[in-house]
Design a protein around this ligand. Structure first.
Ligand SMILES: [Zn+2]
Length: 323
C-alpha cells in the first residue's frame, strides 16, 4: 500500500500539538469539509460560505459561522448570525469523544481489529464500540451498496456474478431464505459493486446492471439466460461456461474473479457468525476492504473520504438519503 503512514501514535501526537493540526488532517482526508455553506442563508436562497471561528466553549475550539449581510431591500439589511459546531452534521456528530479517539477507532476498525481489543485499547465500553462499528458499517454500506457509483466504461470489462448467501434454514421456528446478491468487479481498476436482490429475474438484474455499470461496458458472466437481453440495453457481453472451466479464447479474460470475491465474502461472514439481519452492512465492509486492497488504497483514508461524503453538512435535509 502506498501513501501516508497512519497509526495510533501519529493520530495521538497530531492531536496533542493542538486542535488545528487534527482539524487540518480531517479536512485533508475529507471527513471534515474545508468549506460549508450556511444552511440559514440557503433557506432564503442565498449562498454563503461560513468561516471557521474560534470558540473555546466547543470541543475542538472552533465553529462554523456566517455573517453575511443579506436583503434585497437596502433599508432592511440583516446580518446572518448563524453558527454551528465544527462537528455539526458530520461523522463526529454529537459525540463527545475527542476526534483523535474516533479516528483511532476508524483506524482499528478498518484493520479488522476485534471489538474486544478496540474496547480495551481505546478505553471504550463494549456498547460504545458496537455503536461505532454500526456507524462505520453505515458508511461502507452507503459507499459500496447504496450510492449510485457506476463502475466500468467503454472498452473495459466488468465480471458479473450472483451468489446466494445463507441457505434456507429454520430460525426459531421460522424459515429463513437465503439472500441473493449480484456483484461486479472491474477487471482493470478493481472497483467492485454488490447489490442484494429479492428475486433473480431479467428485469431485476438489468435494473441493477444499469444502476451500477456504465453503458458500453463489456459484461463478463456465466451463461445466464436472464442476461440474454443485455445487448439491447447497450452492453457488450462475454459469456463463460464456468462449470466446464472453459475460458473463452481470444478475449484474454481469466476465470471469474467475482466468484472468488463472493466465496471469500461468505467465508468472512461465516467466521464472524453474522446473521441475515446485518448481512448488507457486513458484506459492504468486506467489499470495502477488498476494493481498497485491489486498488492499493489506504482503507483509513478511503473511509474518511466516504464518511465525509455520507455526512456532508452541505447535504440538504430534503436530499434523498437512501434510494
Ligand atoms: Zn448565513
Amino acid at each position: 500500500m502506498t501513501g501516508e503512514k497512519i497509526n495510533l501514535i501519529i493520530l495521538k501526537e497530531c492531536s496533542d500539538i493542538g486542535n488545528e493540526p487534527i482539524i487540518e488532517k480531517c479536512m485533508e482526508w475529507g471527513i471534515l469539509k474545508r468549506e460549508v455553506n450556511c444552511p440559514a442563508c440557503a433557506k432564503d436562497n442565498y449562498i454563503s460560505k461560513m468561516k471557521l471561528r474560534k470558540d473555546v466553549s466547543l470541543l475542538e475550539g472552533y465553529k462554523w459561522s456566517c455573517n453575511k449581510l443579506r436583503s434585497k431591500n437596502k433599508k432592511k439589511r440583516k446580518r446572518c448570525s448563524f453558527s454551528m459546531s465544527l462537528r455539526g452534521r458530520t461523522f463526529f456528530g454529537n459525540s463527545k469523544l475527542p476526534i483523535w479517539r474516533i479516528l483511532s477507532f476508524i483506524h482499528l476498525w478498518t484493520k479488522n481489529v476485534s471489538t474486544e481489543v478496540m474496547s480495551e485499547e481505546l478505553e471504550m465500553s463494549k456498547a460504545t464500540v458496537l455503536d461505532w462499528c454500526s456507524f462505520c458499517r453505515e458508511v461502507t454500506y452507503d459507499a459500496m451498496m447504496v450510492r449510485n457509483k457506476k463502475i466500468g466504461k467503454k472498452c473495459s470489462k466488468v465480471q458479473l456474478g450472483k451468489y446466494k448467501f445463507g441457505e434456507k434454514r429454520c430460525n426459531k421456528g421460522k424459515v429463513v431464505e437465503g439472500q441473493w446478491a449480484l456483484g461486479g468487479i472491474d477487471e482493470l481498476s478493481g472497483e467492485i459493486f454488490m447489490a442484494t436482490v429479492e428475486k433473480i429475474t431479467s428485469e431485476t438484474l438489468i435494473q441493477i446492471i444499469q444502476k451500477y455499470v456504465e453503458s458500453g461496458t463489456t459484461i463478463v458472466s456465466n451463461l445466464w439466460k436472464e442476461l440474454d437481453c443485455l445487448k439491447e440495453e447497450g452492453f457488450e457481453q462475454l459469456k463463460m461456461n464456468n462449470e466446464m472451466n472453459f475460458i473463452i479464447p481470444d478475449t484474454g479474460s481469466q476465470t471469474l474473479k467475482i466468484d472468488a470475491v463472493f466465496r471469500a465474502a461468505k467465508t468472512s461472514l461465516l467466521r464472524c457468525h453474522k446473521n441475515n439481519e446485518f448481512f448488507s452492512g457486513h458484506v459492504s465492509k468486506y467489499l470495502f476492504d477488498k476494493s481498497c486492497k485491489l486498488r492499493n488504497l489506504n482503507p483509513f483514508i478511503e473511509f474518511c473520504k466516504e464518511a465525509g461524503n455520507l455526512y456532508n453538512p452541505d447535504k440538504k435535509e430534503t436530499d434523498p438519503e437512501i434510494i
